[in-house]
Design a protein around this ligand. Structure first.
Ligand code: ASP
Ligand code: MG
Length: 377
């Protein structure tokens, strides 16, 4: 297997809905990566909605607990492997015990993270089972043994030195063996072995940390949409895919609430190795995120409408959007269309321009700016 190209592939929770989708994801991993000569390190998220439910479990919801147990058991049964069913059952029993302990004693920070970790830990067992059922030999890795973090429970940061040492030890078994490694995203553990979680959406961070510590060029973030869009396509029907963005642009977009990437995911890429992020679905990988983009690609990339108190603001993100010329252009568009603005915010060192309007103008401004800035009108 020497010479196979290494990549990291994060399977997002949006793709893991039910028993069929675990098998489908496994088949796609096989078709898209394994059969094309890639050695993919798979980072897996919890099934869709499970982490939200675990948060409710911590608040005492029995119904949420039942929902998770049913969902994961259903997938396990569908995979039809005695080994998988047994392991999932064991994990679900432990989950019930931890949930009981939290409800009795109140939320202890480390217990809370332990509870949240079941989403990814069980999901990994299921994906490994699905890969095996699809004829792909999987090598199961354990994030709580490999990914070392600080003690900031619920929003832990990865200790790159210890994690890198752990990954190095495994490097030859990862690279030289014909098996496909699978690890949980979102979780790690403290030096003394307590499980931590990396913050919501943290699987991205696991994926970029592994890639950058092992000098791997590509990280695929596989989700249920074809990539990052110029605006929310549910609101702006002409929203288009953004083909290329820089880390800075995409970090800025996530700071303004773009759902796609966890902001912490950029840190290891900036610090150690600038892997390329490729975002999309199994049918299309539409967006690439690279360290830097050439000058020709400067300009607005995405526009998002956000609410803040009783105002709304449009965040226009892209290199060059804080330049005087761009701001003048936006003001001219707004003025020409009789929209009253309440404020503007931009900093020269950040690739964004925020335009505040009263909530009544929110959608009108969004549509107008999208049309003028992105639809070449
Ligand atoms: N399952 C976790 C969450 O929902 C982590 C992730 O999906 O990246 O936040
Ligand atoms: Mg996610």
């Amino acid at each position: 297997m020497l010479g196979r190209r290494l990549c990291v592939v994060k399977i997002g929770g949006s793709l893991l809905r039910d028993s069929k989708s675990y098998i489908e994801s496994a088949q796609k991993i096989r078709e898209v990566f394994v059969e094309n000569g890639y050695k993919a390190i798979i980072v897996v998220s919890a099934a869709k909605g499970v982490t939200d439910k675990l948060v409710q479990v911590a608040k005492g919801s029995q119904e949420a607990l039942r929902h998770i147990v049913e969902k994961y058991l259903e997938v396990a049964k569908e995979l039809n492997s005695v080994k998988v069913i047994k392991r999932v059952n064991e994990e679900l029993k432990r989950l019930e015990i931890v949930a009981g302990a939290i409800n009795r004693s109140g939320v202890d920070l480390s217990l809370y993270d332990f509870l949240l970790s079941f989403g990814e830990r069980i999901s990994k067992i299921l994906l490994v089972g699905a890969l095996e059922a699809t004829g792909v030999n999987a090598l199961e890795l354990h994030a709580d043994e490999l990914i070392v973090t600080n003690e900031t429970f619920s929003d832990a940061s990865i200790d790159y030195i210890s994690t890198s040492a752990n990954l190095e030890k495994l490097y030859s078994s990862i690279v030289d063996s014909p098996t496909i490694p699978v690890i949980e995203g979102f979780i790690g553990s403290t030096i003394d072995g307590r499980i931590t979680t990396l913050g919501r959406g943290g699987s991205d961070y696991t994926a970029t940390a592994i890639a950058s510590l092992l000098n791997i060029d590509r990280v695929y973030l596989v989700t249920d949409v074809d990539g990052i869009m110029t605006a929310d396509p549910d609101i702006v029907e002409n929203a288009k895919l953004v083909r290329t963005m820089s880390y800075r642009e995409s970090l800025e977009a996530s700071l303004h609430g773009a759902k796609r990437i966890n902001p912490k995911a950029f840190e290891p890429l900036e610090k150690f190795y600038s892997s390329k992020l490729i975002i999309g679905s199994w049918s299309k990988f539409g967006t690439e995120i690279v360290k830097e983009i050439p000058r020709e690609l400067w300009g607005p990339k995405v526009i998002m409408n956000r609410a803040s108190q009783d105002m709304s603001y449009m965040a226009i993100v892209g290199e060059g959007t804080s330049s005087v010329q761009f701001i003048r252009n936006v003001l001219e568009i707004i003025d020409r269309n009789g929209i009253e603005i309440l404020g503007l915010q931009s900093y020269v060192h950040r690739p964004s321009l925020l335009v505040y309007v009263s909530s009544t103008y929110e959608l009108k401004t969004l549509h107008l700016l999208h049309k003028e800035l992105f639809e070449g009108v």
